[in-house]
Structures are given as C-alpha cells and as structure tokens.
Write a protein that binds this ligand. Structure first.
Ligand code: SAH
Length: 309
C-alpha cells in the first residue's frame, strides 16, 4: 500500500519537490501522514495502533525512498485523545530546521520543526499555480503565512500586498521573496478583516485577490460562527475587486462542506452588491486524495471568482 501511494505521486516529480506521499485513509493508510520535502520525510502517526508500527514504517520508508532524514511531527492535538504524547523527534538520519522546496518554478523554505502542519501548506500547490497564472495588476494575498500564494502572484502581477496577522510568518515571506528575486511584494502585518475594511474605506481596488483563511470551524459546533466568518471576509474581498478582477478563495475547514462553501459564496456575492461569476471550483490536489466513501479525507475546497462589473 505504501509503495502504491508513493508511485501515484510520480506525475508530481516535474512539478514540485514538496508534496504529500501518504494522505492517511485517502491512501488506504489510516492515521498516517507522510510528506516529502526534497530529500527529507516528515511523518505523523496519529493513532495508538499506528504508533506500535512505528519501527516498521520507518524501515519501509527507508527502503523505498532512502531519505536523508525522517522527522516525526507528532504534535497534533489528536495524539492526546489517543493517549499519546505530543512530540517532535528525528526518527532517522539528519533533519534540518528549514529546507527549500520548489513548486511550479517558485522556491520557498519549509520550516519542518516549527511550521504549520508538517512545515508548509502543500495542499494549495495547484491553486497557487491556477491564480498565479491569471494574476495581474494590483494583487492582494490575505492570510499569506510564508507568502506562498504571494510568490506565485508576484510573477505576473505588478505588485502584491501580503497580509498576515503573524509578523514572524511574514518575515519568512520576505525571505522567500528575496530567494526568488521578487521585489514587488509588500508584507503588511494586520488582521485581514481589518485590513480589508480599511482598504474599502480608502476606496482601494485590487485586480487579483487571494483569501486563504485558517480553518474557522475547528469542530462541528463552531460551523455557524465559521460560516459567518467566511461570508464576511469573502463579501469584503469581493467589494474590493476592480472591474473584471479575479479572486481565489478557499476553506480548509473539515466541517464546512462544498455545498456550504458555495452557499457562503452566494450569500457573500449577494451582500457585496457586485456581480460575481464562479469560474471554477477546486478540491484537493493529486497527493491529497479524497475517498468518496470516507468524507473525512476531504477538507479543502476553493473557488475562482471573477467580478463581472
Ligand atoms: N495561504 C497560506 C496558508 C495560510 S494559513 C499558504 O498557502 O501557505 C493561515 C494564516 O492565517 C496563518 O499564517 C495565520 O497567521 C493567519 N491568520 C490567522 N488569523 C488571521 C487574521 N485574522 N488576519 C490575518 N491573518 C490571520
């Protein structure tokens, strides 16, 4: 099963050096995550049963991939519910703190020990390429983190503003911009909601906008609250689109399903007073398979929108 999962990723070799090799149950390996960052592997063992197989998994990965090192990012909260400790530890070889990966020709650093998830948001690779290729004019990347969308926007847009509430995250974004030789990205440390409202007050307009917020719904109980958050941020972003402007918007909440997300976007569009077309709905990339019979394997959905007025 492991070998099959790895073989399925072959089409990604020319595209990226960072991608998911094993997406848990999506690849028939429940509770196991394996991400490749160049020649290093980052694994997550998210159940007590799987933990007992740790040595066997490490052996199999070494045999199949001969990585420079294997890091266990066993720090997700779900480990506690399984009665397991939350730890970050090297399981084999040597693992650097950061490592450069490439993605559709853009280079960025992944923070393996301290970054979100296993070091980077590998799941947005295709979406970054999608909006990156269409980007133009004044661009805005909301919830930028290490600037991964901003870097792709910078290739075709005149100028990119990268907004995140975390100064540390944006510092990384700046380093990543320099790494690619891009000088047209301006980081802004701000709450995205406040930044967008202020921009609206100022009468600013953007030709390209990305909205990639964190999971507003962490559990089922908070879905309603989350839906309001998504509706709010999308409505204001729509209002900031220049005529003909493009927007890519995403939700990574497990508990917000595709129909809910579309409903939020319909509502946001109606409230925005703009005429917004939906050009494309996106799900997860090849390396994050969604099994139709296992809905929990799906969490990321996105939409490419266009201002028709
Ligand atoms: N777009 C990124 C991933 C975004 S993760 C990528 O493709 O890699 C979510 C980011 O939102 C985090 O960096 C977090 O710091 C930031 N964030 C959370 N709440 C925020 C808020 N209210 N305003 C701005 N940024 C916020």
């Amino acid at each position: 099963t492991l070998a099959r999962a790895i073989a399925r990723r072959t089409p990604l070799h020319p595209v990226a050096t960072g991608y998911r090799l094993v997406h848990g149950e999506g690849d028939g390996l429940p509770s196991l995550v394996v991400d490749r960052y160049d020649d290093v592997l980052v694994v997550q063992l998210l159940s007590a049963g799987l933990e007992t197989q740790r040595a066997h998994i490490v052996d199999a990965l070494q045999e199949l991939l001969s990585p420079r090192g294997i890091l266990a990012r066993n720090d997700p909260a779900v480990r506690t519910r399984e009665g397991l400790q939350r730890t970050v530890e090297v399981l084999a070889g040597e693992v650097p703190d950061t490592i450069e990966i490439t993605e559709h020709g853009v280079r960025y650093l992944a923070a393996l020990r301290t970054g979100q998830k296993t070091g980077a948001f590998l799941d947005q690779r295709d979406n970054r390429a999608l909006i990156g290729a269409l980007a133009r004019g004044r661009a805005l990347d909301c919830f930028s983190y290490h600037g991964s969308f901003a870097l792709h926007l910078a290739r075709h847009a005149e100028h990119v503003t990268a907004v995140d509430v975390s100064a540390a995250a944006l510092e990384r974004a700046g380093e990543n911009a320099a790494r690619n030789g891009y000088t047209n990205i301006t980081p802004v440390v701000a709450d995205a909601f406040e930044y967008l409202r202020q921009a609206r007050t100022n009468g600013d307009r953007f030709d390209t906008i990305v909205v990639d917020p964190p999971a507003f719904a962490k559990n089922r109980a908070s879905v309603e609250h989350a839906m309001r958050g998504y509706a709010d941020i999308n409505r204001i972003a729509m209002q900031l689109l220049a005529p003909g402007g493009l927007m890519f918007t995403a939700s990574c909440s497990h508990h917000v399903h595709v129909p809910d997300f579309l409903e939020v976007l319909e509502y946001a569009a109606a409230e925005s007073g703009r005429s917004i077309a939906i050009r494309q709905i996106t799900l997860q990339p090849l390396d994050h398979p969604i099994l139709l019979t296992v809905p929990e394997t799906g969490y990321l959905k996105g939409a490419l929108l266009e201002a028709m007025d």
